[in-house]
Design a protein around this ligand. Structure first.
Ligand SMILES: NC(=O)C1=CN([C@@H]2O[C@H](COP(=O)(O)OP(=O)(O)OC[C@H]3O[C@@H](n4cnc5c(N)ncnc54)[C@H](O)[C@@H]3O)[C@@H](O)[C@H]2O)C=CC1
Ligand SMILES: Cc1cc2nc3c(=O)[nH]c(=O)nc-3n(C[C@H](O)[C@H](O)[C@H](O)COP(=O)(O)O)c2cc1C
Length: 185
């Protein structure tokens, strides 16, 4: 269960809301991060604490042995308690055409409305798997640590669903960009 994994480490000293180390302003950091293009993902969970999902760009591969990804989740998000209690999640990598779905899962919309906007199935963990995702990683959360405002969740993939989308989706400069696979020669 995620009780043991999430927030198992003491949170580092609270960040000063205005100033970051070396006097960097939070806005400077965000403006810089906006230049770091990333895939967009909808992270979902289901279990005793209910169904939940949110949009995340802070996702990356950690190791392929065992197959492990990390997901960074803000502890102040409304979905945090569900992820903490369920201990399982699915990373659904979005494809071209998913821009409005990404915005819907990006905050403030009631959970049922978020899920009503797309078709879902499930695999081993029971977390919702987006039907037309570029790829989905069904995972158990095996470890978590706190860093500033976020928990970093280490997620071991137990099954994978590869989708057929021809074009991917990247979030760069606070906008979505569709990317096509290069033509075969
Ligand atoms: N890692 C995160 O928690 C992220 C949160 N967001 C949320 O979505 C909203 C809209 O984002 P943008 O349009 O890109 O404008 P923005 O100016 O708020 O963010 C620019 C970039 O800074 C980073 N960032 C934003 N909030 C962050 C946070 N709390 N912790 C760590 N990195 C963060 C992300 O790389 C983001 O693309 C943000 O205000 C934030 O609430 C967006 C991207 C990542
Ligand atoms: C493009 C984009 C990327 C985001 N990436 C993250 C992320 O990596 N981690 C995170 O905790 N929140 C991220 N968010 C914000 C969450 O999606 C949002 O806080 C979440 O839906 C919870 O909102 P709620 O508290 O209204 O339910 C992102 C939002 C957008 C639009």
């Amino acid at each position: 269960m995620l009780h043991n994994a999430m927030a198992s480490n003491p949170a580092p000293s609270s960040p000063n809301p205005a100033l970051l180390p070396q006097g960097l302003q939070k806005a400077d950091y965000r403006n810089a991060m906006a230049r770091l293009g990333a895939a967009v993902n909808i992270i979902t969970t289901d279990g005793p604490a209910g169904r939940a999902g949110f949009t995340a760009s802070a996702v990356c591969s950690v190791t392929d042995e065992p197959p492990t990804l990390l997901v960074c989740l803000n502890r102040s998000a409304s979905v945090y308690p569900a992820f903490k209690a369920n201990g399982v999640l699915c990373v659904n990598v979005l494809a071209a055409g998913h821009q409005s779905l990404s915005a819907l899962f990006g905050g403030k919309t009631p959970m049922d409305e978020r899920f009503a906007a797309a078709r879902w199935s499930s695999k081993s963990t029971g977390s919702p798997v987006l039907d037309d995702a570029a790829v989905s990683f069904d995972c158990r959360v095996v470890h978590a640590t706190s860093a500033g405002t976020h928990d970093v969740l280490f997620c071991e993939a137990v099954s994978i669903a590869i989708g057929g989308a021809a074009q991917g989706l990247i979030y760069f400069d606070r906008r979505y960009h569709e990317i096509a696979a290069p033509l075969q020669h």
